[in-house]
Write a new protein. Structure first.
Ligand SMILES: [Zn+2]
Ligand SMILES: [Zn+2]
Length: 675
């Protein structure tokens, strides 16, 4: 196995999700890659940590908290917990998932600032800022929009132009507009602090040039920016929520969100490890690897290392593993327009986490953008995961269990050895791809191994041998079972939960995540075989495509007006009054024949009994639901859920893992309107 020499431990980070946004599929690409990589390291006995957390500073946090009548801290805590719950559902395993508003982070940010200031790397300048009188606040970054002074792009944000990627200051924009109220803000002058990037630029250049293994944009983008000449970068903001600036005259200001956010990587490590944290951040033996989307490259290759250069004790990142974008059916993801699938939706469509992880891994946009589609999700899942890997695992395990019940003895033939040698070569390729962050390619070698394995099974016809030559049959199955075992270990970083299931079916007593190899013992009793990966049905894929397309049932795009309404989450009374709610009694509860999590309910609405499919199986036993009065959306168009028609919807309340049915305060006649 190839091991990067010279490092004793690896610290893996994923870009910090902004606390105000529910991450969508595209946002979590870097998180998933970091998870795969960190699981791979740990599985191979390497000392690794996976650190991430929510980025909580900024104007938007203050505004969103205010809207909800919460303190910024309470609001951030809720959002942090929700984001983490969604990541956990997907099997992302952080060692620590912290919050940048923590005291540790504030302390470290202030220390880094003070060191930079001592080194003469902080400048003071009078700044021309935009102030909205109507909203009574300064308008930083994302709260101003206007025309980019560099490329003329209309709709450039106050901190960066989406078109030419140039950093901007809000007051540089032409024809600026307040994004809160749409009014033209007024210009005010105020003293602010700047990071002296021009002064740091020779050190940055030398450092990036030494990183010969950095790929594409991670190397080219910062080097070309440095060549063009870096500008001093403002690091202070007129806000209350955030990290206070420890400098006379700036007590009423806080650090710019991006100044304190990456410091979170250090703070979360320190909070997690307590006194041992320095070996991870102040040691040449530690390899620090940042996974992030390409929009985050400038911050991690210019601003963040500049902060670390405040003091020679800090370890600089060794590698920046950036990815391109995952788009949604040719569009941008948009929560307000209901376009695309967000992490909070993932558990609602009945597709297992392993299938999501496999699909996202096999299509990772590591070198170029990729376009998600439900059709593609179905094709890749059914043709590659189910028909190739799933098929080989299940046929081997069920056949072996039936005819041997344990791992049979083996006497390898020269042809068997040839196959095993080929697989060994592919395992080496897998390791090389993993070590060089080509995770998609690594997964593809597992598909190659599975292909070979299917061919081997097919060619050796164990179903014939079992009748004609049981000893040879045992050898063939021994080889196949060991291939299953190899596949299980190689798949673990990608689909950990399914790998653990497979491990159990192979009769191992330990967890695959803690295993140190994949060689089966002759005579090892096999577990109960079951299908690990389920096909995605065409009708489900079609249904989800409509559900997440931002189109209504008639297929037309939601109108401009309702887009705007969605923006602040409000519906009109007229829209609301279209929905009819009724009280009904659950009279029967049956298991859905095609779905593990669904019940098929019969609900008595007084004048009729409706068949309703509900995802309540994980939360209620049939007896707990029978006889209960529930609230039903009675005029919802019937829809098929996994092949069974649902004539309405039962309302429930959900928070993280808790789901409870909505009911009535006192018994009332079935069919009563909810008004
Ligand atoms: Zn521009
Ligand atoms: Zn305004």
């Amino acid at each position: 196995m190839l091991i990067i020499v010279g490092f004793k431990r690896t610290l893996v980070t994923a870009a910090l999700p902004y606390v105000n946004n529910v991450p969508h599929l595209g946002n979590i690409i870097c998180t998933l890659r970091a998870d795969i990589y960190s699981r791979y390291l740990k599985l191979n006995g390497r000392d690794a940590l996976f650190i991430c957390g929510t980025d909580e500073s900024g104007t938007r946090t203050e505004i969103e908290a205010q809207k909800r009548g919460l303190t910024p801290d309470k609001y951030c805590k809720q959002m942090h917990d929700d984001i983490l719950t969604n990541f956990n559902w997907l099997g992302i395993e952080f060692d620590n998932f912290g919050r940048t508003s923590s005291e540790t982070n504030k302390e470290l940010t202030q220390e880094i600032f003070t060191d930079l200031d001592k080194k003469g790397l902080i400048l003071e300048k009078e700044l021309t800022l935009l102030y909205c009188k109507h909203d009574d606040r300064y308008l930083p970054d994302s709260y101003v929009e206007g025309i980019c002074p560099h490329c003329g792009f209309d709709g450039a944000k106050g901190d960066q132009c989406d078109n030419c990627s140039k950093f901007l200051e809000p007051a540089e924009l032409k024809e600026p507009k307040c994004k809160l109220c749409g009014r033209t803000p007024e210009v005010r002058k105020d003293m602010h602090l700047f990071l002296d990037l021009p002064k740091l630029s020779p050190s940055l250049k030398k450092w990036i040039e030494s990183k010969r293994d950095w790929k594409g944009v991670t190397r080219n983008m910062p080097l070309s920016w440095i060549k063009e000449g870096l500008e001093p970068r403002c690091i202070s903001r007129n806000l209350k929520w955030g990290t206070k600036i420890p400098k006379k005259g700036y007590e009423d200001k806080v650090f710019y969100v991006w100044f304190d956010a990456p410091v979170g990587y250090i703070a979360f490590t320190r909070d997690y490890l307590k006194k041992d944290w320095k070996t991870w951040w102040q040691s040449k033996d530690t390899r620090i690897i940042h996974f992030l989307g390409k929009d985050n490259v400038p911050f991690h290759t210019i601003i963040w290392p500049s902060e670390l250069m405040s003091n020679s004790k800090w370890t600089l990142p060794d590698y920046v593993a950036s990815n391109e974008y995952l788009n949604y059916q040719g569009q941008q993801f948009s929560k307000s327009r209901n376009v695309g699938i967000f992490t909070s939706d993932l558990d609602k469509v009945g597709i297992e986490p392993s299938l999501w992880r496999f699909y996202l891994s096999v299509t990772l946009p590591e070198h170029k953008d990729y376009d998600f589609s439900w059709q593609d999700l179905m094709d890749k899942t059914n043709n590659e995961l189910v028909a190739n890997i799933g098929n080989f695992l299940f046929r081997t395990l069920s056949f072996s269990k039936k005819h041997f019940g344990e791992v049979p003895k083996c006497a390898l033939s020269p042809d068997d050895i040839k196959v095993i040698d080929k697989v060994e070569k592919l395992k080496e390729k897998y390791a090389l791809k993993m070590e060089t962050f080509e995770l998609k390619e690594a997964l593809k070698t597992v598909l190659e191994i599975s292909n070979l394995s299917n061919q081997y099974f097919q060619k050796n016809e164990p179903w014939v041998l079992v009748k004609t030559d049981k000893v040879r049959c045992g050898t063939v199955l021994n080889v196949c079972l060991n291939l299953c075992s190899t596949i299980g270990r190689l798949l673990y970083p990608f689909v950990p939960v399914s790998s653990e299931d497979l491990w159990e079916q192979l009769g191992y007593k330990d967890d695959v995540g803690k295993s140190r190899g994949a060689v089966l013992t002759v005579g090892q009793k096999l577990g109960k075989p079951s299908i690990l990966f389920k096909k995605i049905e065409k009708e489900d894929a079609d249904k989800f495509e409509v559900m997440f397309s931002g189109k209504d049932a008639k297929g037309s795009k939601s109108s401009k007006k309702s887009e705007k309404d969605d923006g602040d989450g409000m519906v009109t009374y007229e829209e609301f009054s279209k929905l009819k709610f009724k009280v009904g009694t659950v009279v029967d509860v049956k298991d859905h024949p095609e779905a593990d999590k669904l019940y098929v309910l019969s609900v008595d609405l007084g004048t009729e009994v409706r068949q309703i499919v509900a995802g309540m199986k994980a939360y209620y036993k049939p007896d707990e639901m029978k006889g209960k009065q529930v609230i039903v959306v009675s005029n919802l168009k019937p829809a098929k859920l996994r092949g069974i028609e649902s004539q309405g919807m039962v309302l429930a309340a959900e928070k993280g893992k808790d789901v409870v049915l909505l009911s009535v305060d006192k018994m009332i006649k079935n069919g009563a309107n909810v008004c």
